[in-house]
Design a protein around this ligand. Structure first.
Ligand code: SF4
Length: 214
């Protein structure tokens, strides 16, 4: 931490009190569903993903189901999430790898997860942290990036570097919840445009509070 950054543990404590239900806003009931939902969430909203996964998860229950899906049909099933051709290709490739290399199960290590087609470190962190309760890293999405920058917890714009900066100041047992807290705060108060600093519960420790006076 430097003099122009908010104390991470204090931020976490206050945000936990403010958002006791902070968790992923994607709907899922098992690791495969979370992996699929997270892959679909690229470049779209959780609400839009949840809009397709209810029927998608009823239709495709196993990795085999995705791996064997006719391409055009899977594309149509996920179309509202955007970039549906690429996403369908990634889902089929990921599922094929699960079937061929992991007996149809979602693996539990970062190394194995990022080796799956279409799965990056961010998606792997979401699955490890939320489906398996393993704090392996910190999910850096657009909200985490913006809010942690405003809080002075990182000076970087690069997600990999931001994650490294955050892992140095956030206690390991809070790595998963930390992302949820910043995402909740970013959606509700520390919005991209017009953050609501006057009513923000961490405005007294945020080095950016004075920049957004209304
Ligand atoms: S004080 Fe403003 S900039 Fe800082 S975290 Fe709160 S809303 Fe964001």
């Amino acid at each position: 931490m430097n003099s122009s950054s908010a104390p991470a543990t204090e931020v976490i404590g206050r945000l936990k009190a403010e958002y006791p239900d902070a968790r992923t806003e994607l709907n899922w009931t098992n690791p495969l569903e979370l992996l699929v939902a997270t892959m679909l969430s690229a470049q779209t909203t959780d609400v839009r993903v949840n809009g397709v996964t209810e029927s998608l998860f009823a239709k495709y229950r196993t990795a085999e189901d995705y791996a064997g899906a006719p391409p055009g049909e899977l594309e149509e099933d996920i179309r509202p999430t955007g970039f549906y051709r690429n996403k369908a290709r990634s889902l089929r490739g990921m599922a094929r790898a699960l079937v061929d290399e992991h007996e149809g199960e979602v693996p539990r290590t970062m190394q194995e997860l990022v080796a799956l087609p279409g799965v990056g470190r961010k998606t792997a962190n979401v699955v490890l942290g939320n489906a398996f309760g393993m704090d392996e890293g910190i999910v850096v999405d657009t909200h985490v990036r913006r809010v942690s920058g405003r809080l002075g917890l990182t000076q970087s714009e690069d997600p990999a570097k931001i994650e490294q900066d955050l892992m140095k100041v956030v206690p390991e047992e809070d790595w998963t919840i930390f992302s949820h807290l910043l995402i909740f705060h970013g959606r509700r108060t520390c919005r991209a445009r017009k953050p609501d600093c006057p009513s923000c519960i961490i405005n007294d420790i945020c080095p950016s509070a004075h920049k957004y006076k209304t």
